[in-house]
Design a binder for this molecule. Structure first.
Ligand code: GLA
Length: 373
């Protein structure tokens, strides 16, 4: 027979185990291989699965969200993101940035240069005269170090001083977490050893229906203003009211309703490819966007602490890129909602500064919250 203290100890152990299990109840994290880069570097795949069966798959190349399976109104899981089947297809794709983490500077920097502390920094030109998404070897093409954390994966990439033209050694740490209430949370941090600029985002292409196009998705953008662009898609510096324009998404509207209107801004973007100024309600996370697909019932809300959100209606998908299962990605097959500092901020003194100094910390969160109705 066991002594009373032994029974007490056994009970205590059992309850500790229970507590630990319920804390982690939730999301399981599995690591597997996803192939090798051309130089032989191994790439891992992290699969996060929550208690409801929702599943996010992330690879260490580019921190790419390769699939996200969410329930429709009947509870059926479906993949709502565009992507490729193999690592070779991701590394060969220089056009789409499917699902990737973007850095050092998301979106465009005009004339591929900026001045900081009196020094002009020249960046790789990869979009007309401009530098887009950190250049052709941006964070989306780098292999990050992946580590399992509770409910998610932590990815680290150290970008050397001068890499892609940017000053300072930048250490970026991005954590993806999947919660039991079907939220995919992305926490971005970065530190530097020299004054620099930084603007990180995620470039997932969403299609809540899982096929066809997004022209009939209901989109709401919580923004009274947006930043109009020039013919090279660089903001003019103006913050223009959306009222009375095809850029007013304050009431749920489909992209298809006005995308073909005669409008100089729609012409420049070949559709929607603009930064909206998020209506903020103080510090912390604010609702920036909501997307609903009435056929599946899937709803996605985007919460962020960032000042801007790029709504891109997949205008440059031109049928030349094949995605998962060989499916051709056509114009408007998906939409992107990239939370960010405004494009070209380093050259726009009136925009919020994207500067990061040694001792400071870039620290930002975006959550994609899923439900069905
Ligand atoms: C961003 C840009 C678009 C396009 C895509 C990638 O959303 O704003 O113009 O370059 O990335 O194709």
């Amino acid at each position: 027979m066991k002594s009373a203290p032994a029974i007490m100890a056994a009970l205590l152990m059992a309850s500790l185990t229970l507590t630990a299990n319920s804390m982690n109840a939730a999301t399981t994290v599995k690591k597997s291989d996803f192939g090798k880069m051309p130089d032989g570097t191994a790439v891992s795949l992290f699969t996060l699965t929550n208690a409801k069966g929702m599943e996010a798959r992330i690879i260490t190349c580019g921190g790419i969200l390769v699939s996200l399976r969410t329930p429709d109104r009947k509870g059926a899981l479906g993949d709502v993101v565009l992507g490729h089947d193999t690592l070779a297809d991701y590394t060969a794709d220089t056009k789409t940035y499917f699902g990737a983490l973007i850095g050092r500077y998301a979106n465009r920097i005009g004339n591929a240069q900026f001045k900081l502390d009196g020094v002009t920094y020249k960046l790789p030109v990869n979009d007309g005269r401009n530098s887009l998404h950190g250049g052709p070897q941006g964070f989306d093409k780098r292999v990050w170090t992946g580590k399992e954390v509770p409910g998610g994966v932590e990815l680290t990439y150290v970008s050397k001083d001068g890499e892609a033209g940017y000053p300072g050694t930048l250490t970026a740490v991005v954590t993806y977490t999947l919660t039991d209430d079907n939220h995919l949370r992305i926490h971005y941090t970065a530190t530097t050893d020299k004054n620099t600029v930084v603007n990180l985002t995620n470039h997932t292409y969403w299609n809540l229906k899982g096929d066809g196009d997004i022209l009939g998705h209901l989109v709401t953008l919580n923004a009274d203003r947006y930043t109009p662009i020039d013919a090279g898609l660089i903001p003019t510096g103006e913050l223009r009211p959306v009222a009375g324009t095809p850029f007013d998404f304050r009431q749920a509207t489909t992209p298809g309703a006005r995308i073909n209107q005669t409008d100089e801004q729609l012409k420049f973007g070949k559709g929607y490819d603009h930064n909206w100024v998020v209506n903020r309600t103080g510090a912390g996370l604010s609702l920036a966007a909501r997307v609903e697909d009435t056929s599946s019932g899937r709803v996605m809300e985007v919460y962020t602490d960032q000042p801007g959100i790029q709504f891109y209606s997949g205008n440059f998908l031109d049928g030349t890129v094949k995605g998962k299962g060989g499916r051709v990605a056509r114009q408007h097959d998906a939409l992107c909602l990239e939370t960010q500092h405004f494009p070209d901020s380093p050259n726009k003194p009136t925009f919020a500064s994207a500067e990061l100094k040694p001792g400071g910390k870039y620290d930002t969160v975006t959550e994609f919250r899923f439900s069905a109705k």
